[in-house]
Design a protein around this ligand. Structure first.
Ligand SMILES: *[C@@H]1O[C@H](CO)[C@@H](O)[C@H](O)[C@H]1NC(C)=O
Length: 151
């Protein structure tokens, strides 16, 4: 037979184990919020002269505006930058001038997809979408293929 003292001791041990497990879970969730895999980009295929949407989604944070940076691997400057609720195009690579836009009404729902217009063969390649908001910072990567028209 266990004495009352032993029962209380076992209950306290059980409570401590549960608390430690809960804290470990909370820390785990906090770390995974910074995980770069939380931004997801999708490979795309387009045709010369057409428009293409480079898909990029991220976990939206309530009431804050994300900063978004689109880059192309191996290209100077960037493809598109959105910071503090405005496009910043001073460092945009000249080859993308006037051909890029975000879907601003979808930023709050976690959609940072980029529309690239009037595709050129040289647009093919690897792209990176970097999103920073109060959930943290993440990078998504995708490959764009550009084909000619079939006719
Ligand atoms: C993001 O927005 C674009 C443009 O409206 C749309 O084509 C795409 O399906 C959206 N992606 C998601 C995951 O909602």
């Amino acid at each position: 037979m266990a004495t009352i003292g032993q029962v209380i001791f076992r209950i306290m041990i059980a409570i401590i184990i549960i608390l430690v497990a809960a804290i470990a879970l909370i820390i785990g969730i906090g770390v995974s919020g910074q995980d770069s895999s939380s931004v997801v980009a999708n490979d795309a295929v387009g045709e010369i002269g057409e428009d293409v949407i480079l898909g990029c989604t991220f976990p939206a944070a309530v009431k804050d505006s994300p900063n978004i940076l689109w880059e192309k691997v191996g290209v100077n400057g960037y493809v598109y930058k959105y910071e503090n609720d405005a496009a910043v195009l001073s460092g945009q690579n000249a080859g993308f001038k006037g051909r890029t836009s975000l879907f601003l009404n979808q930023l709050t729902s976690g959609n940072a997809s980029l529309r690239l217009s009037n595709l050129e063969l040289s647009d093919a390649g690897d792209y990176k979408c970097t999103v920073t908001n109060s959930n943290g910072n993440g990078v998504g990567k995708l490959t764009l293929k550009v084909g000619g028209e079939c006719e």
